[in-house]
Design a protein around this ligand. Sequence first.
Ligand code: FEO
Ligand code: CA
Ligand code: CA
Length: 639
Amino acid sequence: MAKDFTSMEDSNRSANLTIHEVSSPARRTVLQCGAAASMLATLGGCASVKEMLATAPTLSFKPVPPGFGDRLVVPEGYSAQVIAAWGEPVGIAGQMPAFRMDASNTSKDQAVQMGMHHDGLVFFPLGDGRERGLLAMNHEYTDDGLLHVGGMTGWTAEKVHKSMNAHGLSVIEVEMKDGRWSMVRPSRFARRVTLFTPFEVGGPAAGHSMMRTAADPEGRRVLGTLNNCASAITPWGTYLSGEENFAFYFNGSDRPSPHEQRWGIRTRGRGYQWHVHEERFDVVKHPNEPNRFGWVVELDPMDPSSTPIKRTALGRAAHEGAWVSVTRDGRAVVYSGEDAQFEYIYKFVSRDRIRPAGHGLTAAQANRDLLDHGTLYAARFDADGRGHWIALVQGQGPLTPANGFADQAEVLIKARQACDAVGATKMDRPEWLAIDPRDGWVYCTLTNNSNRGSKDRPGVDAANPRANNTMGQIIRWKEDGDFDGVGFVWNHLVLAGDPANSRPEARGNVRGDIFGCADGIAFDRHGVLWVQTDAHATQMYKGEFERIGNNQMLACDVRSGEFRRFLTAPTNCEVTGVTWSSDGRTMFINVQHPGETPSDRSDPKNPSRFSNWPDFQPGGRPRSATVVIRRNDGGVIGT
Ligand code: FEO
Ligand code: CA
Ligand code: CA
């Protein structure tokens, strides 16, 4: 049985590649490439930057129709290839157990195999990055009905540990030969990060009393990362990943505290039985353990021995992900959002400038502490088209000890409460963000919010203008002056929907191909915005989504506002994560949870209640996987 996400507004699940040339702050040029790790690693120059930015986006592919079958469709002249599905060994020498379609792989096998439910991913070039690189990616959650022999009946410690090992991150090496990509196995870079991997805690909350547990009395070392969604690359060549719906894994007490209630810690959890066999997920016994999740985590994929770090200065939230821009003087600005109904959009401005590699240090090593010092803000979108960033600084405004904020660490651990106190705008589930490489406008998908305007919940506002918002919108803003500006102008790129719908709120204003529930977004090197959707299985194929079909990926020219459908995905999956080889001629995306069970199994309008993508073995299990897309003539994707 697939995990039922109906009650949680699905919410789970997503790569943007925002890269900035910062070699010389005085001549900073914001850009975004498919990836150029060699450039990133050295923070050196990029000869083709101006050329890239001068290139107007052109959408020259022929759009594909809405998808309704258990297959992945790309435009004429393109080919798609599947690699790195759930259960494939990642390629650690001497530890490469083959995937077994009957789910009989052990938890120990799973610890060295691709996790389940691939989400955000980033390509880190090796060499010139045209034909070889690393893919770092997230595994957001598990479908324990598929993961185990016997599914979710008869929970054992072995099942719990296999589930924990199917979460987390993977780093794999990939290469292209004769036009086809494959995993390099074994590879010295191959790595899995699971719920058992030690993480360092960085930033103001490290060591705080609310971070300490019996297993970690210092509050500085956490085992694992959880429910990782979107991902991004930093200008210094590391990988950022957001810990989203961490609360669902904890079993709460009969009388949750106000803090626990605000963070969604439920009395009987959400169905995961981890607390039965791993006591730290029992909040009654270990009340601080949830405080150790919900952070943006940073990993150096080029150093398999490095310890990943939880960046508490960026605030705690059900983080979708985090995306980095750079001020003119070379400081990092990190945008993030919280994918939950009526939660917030954040911005962090680093105190220090990004340092170049040198003196025997890689750029990643030189900037090891960069994200531990700076100022966190929350966004307020006003009705006049202006907006403001409100500093979340202890002692300022209502963020006082009397209001429950004794110090900056408490502000960060209780970021939701801090945002409530300062009056930030409650958004319609902020998912991915992307920064236009040409003009610095920042885009954010607000995927949906069916509770907007419902009884006892916030009503519509200018930024979230539709009640019972089933379709979602993409909002964008431009900072006053530089990326560290505390004011901005904003508008909507689009309100998603289908103009044929009877309910005005579900029609939207899409120019071009219709869609709903935008989630993953990323700009490519030409300034095309790629948009991926995540309508839930319970929505698809009927009602307001009847004509929209399977989840999909579209390309958007943000200047004209045209959306053109590029890809449709298999039954009941979401499309999430996008990254490119250095030359832009290979695109990597992830397909997550194909065949996710709809809550209404008897719905005859659901054309395929089951999927066995991508293996198509009769009776086989559907598997999340990475899809490699190339133009048959070897040209640049999308142009
Ligand atoms: Fe994990 Fe918000 O998608
Ligand atoms: Ca989503
Ligand atoms: Ca997502």
